[in-house]
Design a protein around this ligand. Structure first.
Ligand code: GDP
Ligand code: MG
Length: 596
C-alpha cells in the first residue's frame, strides 16, 4: 500500500469503556471479519485463541477501508494491553502507532485511567482523537462528558469530538473517516535501507519466535535475509505477513506497514522487543533508538512446588519472551532447592505472572517475599547491589544502605482525596505537588519503591473503589535505614523466609509475623520455637504448638516437656543431615507476603 494511504493507530480507554466493542465494529465495517465472527471479540480473549490456535494472539489487525473519497486505505489497529499499570507495555504498542482513539464512556465520563492513557499517548507523540461512546444508553451524559474532555488537555482542541455507539454501530462510519483525515500517515523513506522496529513478540510452538514489526524505512520482502541489530544475529527469512487478524503470509511489507516476521528462533532470549531488524545485504547504518529496557523494581523468588524445575524453567523463558519487562535468573535456596529470582515492574505484575504460570502452564510456584534492589555500602568501601535477602551482607559489615525511590503520579477523584493522601503518607510518601486535570486531581509523590511494592496499589484501588490510577517511574537511590529479618524455626534459619524492612517497622512487623507463622508452620510432635532475628537479636518469638501433648517417646516415664525436649533434640540431630525439616507451603510465605 502507498504510504500516504496507511494509518497505524491504537484505541485507548478506561476499562469497560468499549475498546473491544469498537475494535469489533471497525473490523466488521471494513469487512475484515464477518459479523458472526466478530461476536467473539477477536482481539480480546483466550477462548478465541484456543479456537484458532496461537495465531489469533496477534492483538494487532490490518483492515482495508474504502473511504468516502473512493480510495482504499490500510488501517492497522494496534491493540494496547488495557492496563495503565503496565504503562511500559502500553507504550510499546504506542511506539508503533501514529494516532490514538481516546474512547470515553458517556455513562461514566472521564476516569483516571483515561487521563493516564492520554498522558502516555501524548508522551509518545501521538495525535489523539477523542470519541464519546455509549450514546445509545439511557444513562449517557453526552454533554457533560464532552465538557470533561474539553477540560482535559488543550492538545487536541483542533480535533472533532465524535459521538458514537460502538454497540449499535451508530457514528462508527465517522470514526473511520476521521482516522484517515485526522491521523498522520507514517513518516518513512521507501528507498532507504530496511529499518523495522520490533514492538512485540510471541512464541509459537511450531514456528518459534514471531516478531511483530513496524517497517520504519525501506521494504521487507519474504526473501530478504535479515539481521537483528541488538545481537548482530543473522537469520534466513522464514515468513512474513500481516494480521487479518489471523497470521496471513505476504510477499512484502512496505514502509509504514505493520506485520510479523517468523524468525525461526527457538531461544526466547534471542529476540529483544525494541530491537531493529535490517537487511543483511544492504544494512542500515543506524539502529532505531529502541526502548529503554524496562527496569525491574521488585524481586521475588519463584520455586517449583513439586519436582517441576525444568517445566518451570521453560515456562519462565517463554513468559519472558512475551513480556520483555519480566526478568529472571537461577538461584538456589537451602530450604527450597533450585528456583529463580524474578524481577517485575511491581507487585501487580508479579501477581499477573503467577496467574499466567497457573493458567497457561498449569504450574504453581512458591513465591518468597518481594523486595527491591538495595545498594549496600560495606565498611571495606565496597558497594554491592543486593536483590536477594539471602545475600544481604552481615549487619556488622555494613556501613550504610541506600534504597530506590520512585516518582509516583496518582490520579484520583476529589471525593477520596483525603484517604489517598493519608495512604501515601503512611507509606513514607513525600508530596511534591498536585494539579487539577478537569474534575480529577493529580498528585505527585516521592515514595520508597519498597513501600509501593507490597499492598500499596491494592489499597489505593480499594479506597478509590477501583478508580484511582498509579504510575511510577524510578527516581534515584537514597539513604535508607533498613535491616534484614531472619526467621529461625526450631533453631535453624529458613533462608527463603528472610526479608528486608525499614528499621522502624521491624518490631511491629516481626511480632505480626511470628503470630502468623504460629498458625501456618506445620506442627510436629514437639513445640517448635519460631523466632524473628534482627541483627543477631531475637525480636519476636512464639512456640508452634505440638501436634499432641502426649508424644510417644521410647524409654522410661518422662514428663511431657522432657519428652518434647527429647524429640526436639532428635530433630536437631537429624537437621545436621537435612538443613531444615520444616515443610514450607505457600501459606508460610504468605505470612511474610501479607505483612505490611
Ligand atoms: P473494553 O474493556 O474497553 O474493551 O470494553 P468492552 O468493549 O468490553 O465493553 C464493555 C461493556 O460495555 C460491554 O458490556 C459492552 O457490551 C458495553 N458497550 C460497549 N459499547 C457500548 C455502547 O456503545 N453502548 C452500550 N450501551 N454499551 C456498550
Ligand atoms: Mg475489552
Amino acid at each position: 500500500m502507498e504510504i500516504s494511504h496507511i494509518r497505524n493507530f491504537a484505541i485507548i480507554a478506561h476499562i469497560d469503556h468499549g475498546k473491544s466493542t469498537l475494535a469489533d465494529r471497525i473490523m466488521e465495517q471494513t469487512a475484515t471479519v464477518s459479523q458472526r465472527e466478530s461476536k467473539a471479540q477477536l482481539l480480546d480473549d483466550l477462548a478465541v485463541e484456543q479456537a484458532h490456535g496461537v495465531t489469533v494472539k496477534s492483538r494487532t489487525v490490518r483492515n482495508f477501508y474504502t473511504a468516502a473519497d473512493g480510495q482504499e486505505y490500510e488501517y492497522n489497529l494496534i491493540d494496547t494491553p488495557g492496563h495503565v499499570d503496565f504503562s511500559y507495555e502500553v507504550s510499546k504498542s504506542l511506539a508503533a502507532s501514529d494516532g490514538a482513539i481516546l474512547l470515553v464512556d458517556a455513562t461514566q465520563g472521564v476516569q483516571a485511567q483515561t487521563v493516564a492513557n492520554l498522558r502516555l499517548a501524548l508522551k509518545n507523540g501521538l495525535k489523539v482523537l477523542p470519541v464519546i461512546n455509549k450514546i445509545d444508553s439511557a444513562m449517557a451524559e453526552v454533554e457533560q462528558t464532552e465538557q470533561q474532555i474539553k477540560q482535559l488537555a488543550v492538545q487536541f482542541l483542533d480535533s472533532p469530538i465524535l459521538k458514537i455507539s460502538a454497540k449499535t454501530g451508530l457514528g462508527v462510519d465517522a470514526v473511520l473517516e476521521a482516522i484517515k483525515d485526522y491521523f498522520p500517515a507514517p513518516a518513512g523513506q521507501t528507498k532507504a535501507p530496511l529499518k523495522a522496529l520490533v514492538f512485540d513478540s510471541v512464541y509459537d510452538p511450531f514456528k518459534g519466535i514471531i516478531a511483530y514489526v513496524r517497517i520504519v524505512d525501506g521494504q521487507l520482502t519474504a526473501k530478504t535475509p535479515v539481521l537483528l541489530m541488538a545481537h548482530d544475529q543473522k537469520l534466513p527469512n522464514k515468513e512474513i505477513g500481516s494480521f487479518m487478524p489471523q497470521l496471513t503470509a505476504l510477499d512484502s511489507l512496505n514502509v509504514g506497514e505493520v506485520g510479523y516476521l517468523v524468525t525461526g528462533l527457538k531461544d526466547p532470549q534471542a529476540l529483544r522487543v525494541g530491537d531493529t531488524i535490517t537487511s543483511q545485504t544492504t544494512p542500515t547504518a543506524q539502529a532505531l533508538p529502541g526502548y529503554e529496557p524496562a527496569k525491574s523494581m521488585v524481586f521475588a523468588g519463584f520455586y517449583p512446588k513439586d519436582d517441576h524445575y525444568h517445566d518451570l524453567q521453560l515456562a519462565i523463558e517463554k513468559l519472558a519472551l512475551n513480556d520483555s519487562s519480566f526478568h529472571y535468573a537461577a538461584e538456589v535456596s537451602d530450604a527450597l532447592g533450585p528456583g529463580f529470582r524474578c524481577g517485575f515492574l511491581g507487585i501487580f505484575h508479579l501477581q499477573i505472572i503467577r496467574e499466567r504460570l497457573h493458567d497457561e502452564y498449569q504450574l504453581d510456584v512458591l513465591t518468597t517475599a518481594p523486595n527491591v534492589t538495595y545498594r549496600v555500602h560495606l565498611k571495606t568501601d565496597d558497594t554491592l547491589m543486593v536483590n536477594n535477602p539471602i545475600k544481604f551482607p552481615y549487619f556488622a559489615d555494613i556501613d550504610y544502605v541506600e534504597e530506590p525511590f520512585s516518582n509516583a503520579t496518582i490520579t484520583t477523584g476529589n471525593d477520596v482525596l483525603g484517604d489517598v493522601m493519608q495512604l501515601a503518607d503512611s507509606h513514607k510518601g513525600q508530596l511534591v505537588d498536585m494539579a487539577n486535570q478537569g474534575d480529577l486531581i493529580e498528585l505527585h509523590y516521592r515514595l520508597p519503591i519498597s513501600e509501593i511494592a507490597y499492598d500499596f496499589f491494592n489499597a489505593l484501588k480499594s479506597i478509590s473503589h477501583g478508580y484511582a490510577t498509579l504510575e511510577t517511574t524510578f527516581a534515584d537511590y537514597d539513604i535508607a535505614d533498613v535491616v534484614k529479618v531472619e526467621v529461625n524455626v526450631n533453631y535453624a534459619t529458613v533462608d527463603a523466609l528472610s526479608f528486608i524492612v525499614h528499621r522502624e517497622d521491624a518490631p511491629a512487623m516481626t511480632q505480626k509475623l511470628v503470630e502468623k507463622l504460629k498458625h501456618t508452620i506445620p506442627r510436629k510432635l514437639y513445640p517448635m520455637p519460631t523466632q524473628a532475628i534482627v541483627e543477631g537479636k531475637s525480636f519476636a518469638r512464639v512456640d508452634v504448638p505440638p501436634l499432641r501433648k502426649n508424644a510417644a517417646v521410647n524409654g522410661e516415664k518422662r514428663s511431657t516437656s522432657k519428652k518434647q525436649a527429647l524429640l526436639r533434640r532428635q530433630s536437631v540431630n537429624k537437621r545436621q543431615a537435612a538443613q531444615s525439616d520444616v515443610t514450607l507451603s505457600q501459606d508460610v510465605f504468605n505470612a511474610v507476603l501479607e505483612l505490611s
